[in-house]
Design a protein around this ligand. Sequence first.
Ligand SMILES: [Zn+2]
Length: 130
Amino acid sequence: MEAQQNEMTAGEAAECLEFLKSYIPEESDKFIESALEYAASILRRVASGELAEAVHANLIPEYIEKQIDEHDYFGNYLYTKKVKKLIGYRCSNCGAWCTEKQKYCTCGALMGESDMCQTQGGKDDSHADD
Ligand SMILES: [Zn+2]
């Protein structure tokens, strides 16, 4: 038994799968063969740089605190309250700033929040899902 390598490149992984594929007997299930072929082709595309591994990140909401003086009906000062106001979001991966929720950051990270808006400029996915 060979030791398991964790640091394997996509190209090496593709070669492994293609090697494995050559061991599948002719008469066996074609699904396995096509699955290996498909996986290898994806890995080849990753290796060539055509596909990048997805980076997942989160949008971190940022707030500013505003102080608002509360007055009674006659205009007499009562107290000062602190109000949090959402001003935008920061990418947990690169720290980039955006004012609206978006699916992808400029760094390419896929945002993990479910309730997302369409990106501003760039990719146009105009299908309406809420
Ligand atoms: Zn980012």
